[in-house]
Write a protein that binds this ligand. Structure first.
Ligand SMILES: Cc1cc2nc3c(=O)[nH]c(=O)nc-3n(C[C@H](O)[C@H](O)[C@H](O)COP(=O)(O)OP(=O)(O)OC[C@H]3O[C@@H](n4cnc5c(N)ncnc54)[C@H](O)[C@@H]3O)c2cc1C
Length: 541
């Protein structure tokens, strides 16, 4: 039997959250927030929920490509943000897409879009549906559409061609992370783009959202790996030329990278690949004391300006490190890693540790571990933190079912503003949490680092009130988003804009640019059917 993804939460339907897991997590949450009154909302089943009848019927011309099935509509109603999980857990499915299309060929994508344009039906591209900013939420579409269709691209899941000489591959947009890596592995190749959502997200989704992945420096976003794109738009197909670099005017790929399904459907991409790494050097450095996180930040600044370009350079604040099973909460932890398919890395690792020591970091003799491997062996504090990182989305579902709040938000800011920015955003978060939840906490880590600034990533945990979690989170999120924009950050470093970030994105982007983007939208999507409400509003509506 084919494995199905949960229609409301993270992961597979058959990965049921055990009673023991619930109890352990409940006890941990209660220990941290003694006032918290957990409630026992069971996981929803598909029989628990009701959907409104579809406003439109599947057209016979599109045959089996389009479904109005209950599970299909429910599973395409939301992405995977905390707002989405809260509504799913509470069985709120009042605005699902009317239809879901499952094209298996590019021609079927063209046919579905043609039908949507003719019938005035909004089309919402859907990769893995792991959006955390309302990017796939058809129910939020306003205007004079007759209905909304979720366009699931999971059927476009093939690696079509590999160019070993140039080290690139032509890959369809709907392929999921694991299948992509499985297909490249026999060739000794890898994309090495590992967002936390890797297992359940797709290449097209990564490109459409400018996803941030494995590399903490240098190749931080998927953008760097895109060699060329093939995009189906309602006005025709755009295919860019494969080139290692080009100065021929503004890049067509840059128009579509990050376009979040508003300008066209990414059906194929030529992606730049890596040889599978063989040499690895890793180390964990502690920055003890009250100012440990800021000392660690200074080390990251020096490292990111050193030209060493560590693959991993994750600074984790003391409380978050402790929650992840790494350390006792008395020191910030910097997880450093270098990798290469070509050369040993001891020199890089040793120099990086010297930089950390100069910035106040502490590490034990022999902290630098170098390996010629056997992929993936990870131990120690860095390994413990990584394991808990991958389990976190499953745990979030449990916390929400208990009535808690667990969510992240992320940004980037230049180094000159970092310290003031960090304090302001943290304080806004703390004040918001105290106001709406009474108690709670906010922690921070860096996911990516640049020579001119870091990408801080914040996690909020708070005891919610059953029935009010959505409003509580919305208030906290608005408070931190205001602080981010006021103090010079971006409303998103890699989670994309979607619908949820629009109020702040609209203030962040230059007005003239917004008009130019609107003009591009009118040209590529004249009927305004593609993902209305995301990034930019279609003019006609
Ligand atoms: C637990 C968790 C961890 C996460 N970790 C990370 C992380 O480490 N890094 C990161 O960057 N993000 C992360 N995310 C966010 C999310 O996984 C990314 O935004 C991801 O790139 C979305 O891919 P997807 O295939 O699921 O796309 P979807 O969620 O299905 O779609 C995202 C957007 O892209 C559009 N779209 C999708 N496919 C196409 C296509 N083929 N053509 C055109 N438009 C398309 C959709 O319309 C939508 O606007 C995480 C999310 C969760 C829930």
């Amino acid at each position: 039997m084919t494995r199905r993804r949960k229609f409301w939460g993270w992961g597979w339907e058959d990965e049921v959250i055990s009673e023991a897991q619930r109890k352990t997590l409940g006890a941990m949450f209660k220990a941290q927030f003694p006032a918290f009154e957990a409630h026992e909302l069971p996981e929803p089943t598909i029989d628990d929920i009701e959907l409104p009848a579809p406003r439109i019927q599947p057209p016979s011309s599109l045959g089996a490509t389009v479904s109005a099935g209950k599970y299909e509509r429910a599973a395409h109603t939301y992405g995977k943000s905390t707002r989405d999980i809260i509504r799913g857990a509470n069985r709120r499915f009042d605005a699902p897409p009317d239809l879901v299309a499952f094209p298996k060929t590019e021609q079927e994508v063209v046919d579905v879009l043609d039908w949507c344009a003719r019938e005035s039906v909004a089309a919402v591209p859907f990769g893995g549906g792991t959006s955390v900013c309302g990017g796939v939420e058809a129910g939020l579409i306003r205007g004079d559409y007759r209905g909304a269709l979720s366009l699931d691209l999971g059927g476009l899941d093939r690696i079509e061609e590999i160019d070993r000489t140039s080290r690139a591959a032509r890959i369809q947009g709907g392929i999921f992370g694991p299948a992509l890596e499985d297909g490249l592995r026999p060739h000794g190749l890898t994309l090495r783009h590992f967002p936390q959502s890797f297992e359940f997200s797709t290449l097209g989704g990564w490109i459409a959202t400018r996803s941030g992945g494995h590399y903490a420096t240098l190749y931080t976003h998927i953008d760097e790996f895109v060699e060329s794109l093939r995009v189906v738009t309602p006005s025709g197909i755009s295919e860019s030329r494969r080139l290692p670099g080009s100065g021929a005017g503004p890049s067509p790929d840059r128009l579509f990278i990050g376009s979040e399904g508003t300008l066209g459907i990414i059906t194929e991409a030529w992606m730049r690949l890596q040889d599978r790494p063989k040499f690895r050097a890793t180390a964990s450095v502690k920055f003890p004391g009250a100012g440990g996180f800021l000392k660690g930040a200074e080390a990251v600044r020096l490292l990111s300006q050193s030209g060493l370009y560590p693959t991993n350079c994750r600074l984790i604040d003391p409380m978050e490190a402790q929650t992840g099973g790494a350390g006792d909460g008395s020191a910030a932890l910097l997880v450093l890693g270098f990798e290469s398919a070509d050369h040993e890395l001891e020199a890089w690792g040793s120099r990086a540790l010297e930089i950390c020591r100069e910035a106040g970091g502490a590490f034990e003799a022999g902290a630098l571990k170098t390996r010629i491997d056997a992929e993936g062996a990870r131990g120690g504090e860095a390994g413990a933190w990584r394991q808990s990182f991958l389990r976190a989305p499953y745990m979030r579902d449990v916390i929400i079912l208990m009535g808690g709040i667990a969510e992240t938000f992320e940004t980037a800011v230049t180094w000159d503003r970092f310290e003031g920015f960090y304090h302001a955003v943290r304080e806004a978060g703390e004040r918001g949490i105290a106001r709406v939840c009474g108690s709670g906490r906010i922690t921070c880590r860096f996911t990516h680092a640049y020579p001119d600034g870091p990408a801080p990533y914040f996690t909020v945990m708070a005891p919610g009130r059953a029935g009010s979690q959505l409003e509580q989170w919305d208030e906290i999120k608005a408070a931190v988003s205001e602080a981010i924009i006021k103090h010079g950050g971006t409303i998103t470093h890699h989670h994309a804009v979607g619908r949820d970030h629009r109020p702040w994105y609209d203030r962040q982007r230059p007005e003239v640019f917004a008009r130019a983007l609107g003009a591009a939208k009118r040209e590529l999507d004249p009927a305004g059917i593609l993902n209305p409400g995301v990034l930019i509003d279609p003019a006609r509506r």
